[in-house]
Design a protein around this ligand. Structure first.
Ligand code: URA
Ligand code: CA
Length: 434
């Protein structure tokens, strides 16, 4: 096989065989195929696409490039959740303990944030002492003892994706549905859960801004999972404005605590109930999503959800008192209010601008090497549809360093559109794809 012939084949719109795909992925992961040939191939895939069979073969080839986690020592049906990423997406912090409180083991590997999207691990690290690096044995032990663990990746999972994703990032080939679907699903499959619930976001703050693209991506991923014997469900959700009110690490932990206590923002709570009920159905803890929802609501009402979070924090060497007393979490030195300059309704909050504004305050990483400030971020006091009067507080900026504050507040101001007409609210949940 010659790589150049395979690039030409894809360039001319032909389908690659399973064997050819494996040859390309293994060759690239092992450093035998150079970046320039892989870039050309990625661009050919970008323009020509891949059929379902090719996408499934690509996913399997990527899974096969590294280790796979074996969760068989954890009893029960393990269900994972993945979000395609958004701004202020606090759901994992709520869902992992909440679903575990309903009796479903949650063995979750998560990531750090980059750019305008935050990462669950950074949020968890704002809990004093919290340890995100566990060995595979400790990880499995914790899930067996507590019912839930959220950790950074253990083992060398999908090295082909690591290399290919970085290459796509600098060659304008990220936004290709077969490449995204295989990238996400290969990581989920290698992580070893039996079932997968995908939160596929659409809207201006999402990675797939158009609804049609998000829907196609969701279907593609559901097909891959189900064809490879992992029950997979996707929920298409809105990411036009940030989720919940808090954007920033410790601030989002506080928001998760509030949500688990039944005092959280309505949209975050609704999304957690929707995704969580699908997780309970896949784990066979509930016959229907309605039944799953009741179980989750009970876990909130009785305090079992928040108790599970505390247990998880303690098991990962964090200070569980921070859950009862969030003032033990990192706090910014200063809170600056952004005020409305006119009367009307909030018509729009550009999620991506809020995400970048929080990043400028230090809550997110501009590059992989950036050091983040866990205390800082943004709390939205008004969301889309809210009525405002001139002088009302739209949002709070939680600030430590002033270096890029002016840029951050300008961007946050620009993120808000206020107009006289009451906007028609978009649904938060569009569709569940099975
Ligand atoms: N997230 C991933 O993990 N991979 C992609 O290709 C895009 C988003
Ligand atoms: Ca949030």
């Amino acid at each position: 096989m010659r790589v150049v012939d395979l690039i030409r084949k894809k360039r001319d719109g032909e389908a690659l065989s399973a064997e050819e795909i494996k040859y390309l992925i293994n060759g690239y992961a092992q450093g035998q195929i150079p970046d320039y040939q892989m870039s050309a191939l990625a661009m050919a895939i970008f323009f020509q696409g891949m059929d379902k069979r090719e996408t499934a073969d690509l996913t399997m080839a990527m899974v096969g490039s590294g280790e796979q986690i074996n969760l068989s020592e954890i009893a029960g049906i393990k269900v994972d959740k993945h979000s395609t990423g958004g701004v202020g997406d606090t759901t994992t912090l709520v869902l992992a303990p909440l679903v575990a409180a309903c009796g479903v083991p949650v063995a979750k590997m998560s990531g750090k944030g980059l750019g305008h999207t935050g990462g669950t691990l950074d949020k968890l690290e704002s809990i004093p002492g919290f340890e995100i690096e566990l060995t595979s044995e400790e990880f499995i032990q914790n899930v067996n003892d507590v019912g839930v663990a959220v950790v950074s990746q253990t083992g060398n999972l999908v090295p082909a994706d690591k290399a290919l994703y970085s290459l796509r990032d600098v060659t304008a080939t990220v936004d290709s549905i077969p490449l995204i679907a295989s990238s996400i699903m290969s990581k989920k499959l290698a992580a070893g859960s039996d079932g997968i619930v995908l939160d596929v976001k659409t809207g201006s703050g999402a990675f797939m801004t158009s609804f049609a693209d998000a829907e196609e991506l969701a279907r593609e991923m559901v097909d891959i999972g189900n064809n490879l014997n992992r029950q997979t469900v996707a929920v298409l959700t809105d990411m036009d404005q940030p989720l919940g009110c808090a954007i920033g690490n410790a601030l989002e932990v506080k928001e998760a605590i509030a949500t688990l206590s039944g005092r959280g923002p309505a949209d975050l709570q609704e999304l957690c109930l929707t995704l969580g009920s699908q997780m309970l159905v896949l784990a066979k803890k509930a016959a229907t999503s309605e039944e799953g929802r009741v179980c989750l609501q009970e876990a909130i009402r009785t305090g079992q959800g928040i108790a599970k979070l505390k247990e998880m924090v303690a098991a990962q060497k964090g200070n569980p008192n921070a859950i009862d007393n969030p003032t033990l979490l990192p706090q910014a030195e200063k809170i600056v209010e952004l005020k409305a300059e006119s009367d009307g309704y909030v018509q729009k909050i550009e999620a991506i601008d809020v995400g970048i504004s929080a990043m400028l305050l230090g809550a997110g990483r501009e590059t992989k090497e950036s050091v983040i400030d866990l205390a800082v971020g943004i709390v939205l006091r008004k969301k889309v549809g809210d009525k405002v009067q001139s002088g009302d507080v739209l949002a709070e900026l939680h600030v430590n360093k002033l270096e890029r504050f002016d840029e951050a507040i300008d961007l946050l101001k620009k993120a808000y559109t206020i107009g006289m007409e009451k906007p028609i609210l978009k649904p938060l949940i569009y569709e569940v794809i099975k």
